[in-house]
Design a protein around this ligand. Structure first.
Ligand code: HEC
Ligand code: HEC
Length: 296
């Protein structure tokens, strides 16, 4: 009986011992490296002073006071070539400049500016290209501004100004405006109703399917998920597509596709546009544009 018990005790000991040893060894190693395991801050060579927002997300992650842990996460996010706009790896709270431009902005002053431009600074009236009430009579390369939100408009003007969105005409215009004036014109155009809806009359079923369902096989979400039902726009930063001309729409899709427009903050439009064919982009352009404008 006693012999039997001894045998069981030894067997149990033999079973428990190896994992116990592993556990102790792992704990020892973790303590020895200051809790960071194999990923030590010193193991990654980081640029000396990363941009200030990086300090914030690092703080809750590494509570160990021993290691200067801040450079570790930034080293990985700073590695790819710097692209204008916001990185998909940047999870810090966004505080865009244009928010400030809009604070207390007077739409009446914006209306005035839209009608006269700034002759002294060589800026033509906005209405010359964007139409008298933010709806371009000719279409073509000129987008309608009516129907877009003040936030989206201010963001685009700020992006043209900083150069994250490139188009020579609008880069010149936006750089000649003050921050206050950008707020004013954005506030003004944000009050105007967009053109009547004709979405879906053209472009066929392929475009309709992409708008309403997307294509799971290509990991393409429905455009309507972000741009609203019938391209009406959604919330402050997801622009209306309905009523933009075929040319403007196609230009923007191609610009996202070839990377010349990079101001979609986390790169969603750059990614989605690359999964579409030329003929799908053309069909979508007709789908959102509706009937061609009548020449006046
Ligand atoms: C000389 C013609 C011209 C004038 C004047 C002009 N724009 Fe533009 N604007 C354009 C063109 C062309 C585009 C399309 C840019 C592109 O293809 O990226 C554009 C685009 C824009 C956009 C982006 C719209 C979108 O859907 O993303 C905004 C906002 C804008 N303009 C605001 C203004 C304001 C405000 C003024 C007056 C202060 C103005 N523009 C004056 C030609 C002009
Ligand atoms: C995950 C959200 C999302 C989805 C899905 C999406 N978009 Fe966008 N799209 C955006 C955002 C955000 C912007 C504005 C980027 C910026 O700030 O300049 C944008 C901008 C655009 C613009 C430029 C509008 C202008 O006025 O200049 C076009 C055109 C466009 N999207 C077409 C599409 C089409 C077509 C689809 C479906 C195939 C689609 N988008 C799906 C988020 C999305």
């Amino acid at each position: 009986m006693i012999e039997h018990r001894k045998g069981i005790t030894i067997a149990i000991l033999l079973i428990i011992a190896p994992p116990l040893v592993t556990l102790i060894a792992t704990a020892h190693q973790m303590i020895g490296t200051g809790g960071d395991g194999l990923i030590r801050a010193s193991a990654v060579v980081a640029p000396p002073a990363p941009p200030p927002p990086a300090a914030k997300p690092a703080a809750p992650a590494a509570a160990t006071p021993a290691a200067p842990a801040a450079p570790a996460p930034t080293a990985t996010s700073a590695a790819p070539a710097q692209v204008p706009g916001r990185s998909a790896l940047d999870f810090s709270a966004s505080r865009p400049d244009w928010e400030g431009f809009l604070r207390g902005a007077d739409p009446e002053a914006g209306k005035q500016l839209a009608a006269t431009g700034k002759p002294g600074a060589g800026v033509q009236a906005c209405i010359a290209c964007h139409g008298p009430a933010g709806i371009t009579p000719t279409g073509g390369i000129f987008p309608n501004l009516a129907g877009l939100s003040r936030e989206y408009l201010a963001k685009q003007l700020a992006d043209f100004r900083s150069g994250t969105r490139v188009q020579p005409l609008m880069n010149t215009v936006a750089r000649a405006l003050t921050e206050q004036e950008i707020g004013q014109v954005a506030a003004y155009y944000g009050t105007l109703a967009g053109p009547p809806l004709h979405v879906g009359e053209f472009g066929g079923d392929a475009a309709r399917k992409l708008d309403l369902q997307g294509d799971g096989a290509r990991a393409l979400p429905a455009c309507a998920n972000c741009h609203g039902l019938r391209g009406m726009g959604e919330g402050p930063l997801l622009p209306r597509l309905a009523g933009q001309s075929k040319e403007y729409f196609t230009d923007q899709m191609n610009a996202f596709r070839n990377g010349s427009r990079q101001n979609d903050d986390v790169g969603v439009m750059r990614a989605f546009s690359q999964r579409l064919t030329d003929s799908e982009i053309e069909a979508l352009a007709l789908y959102y544009a509706g009937p061609p404008p009548k020449p006046k």
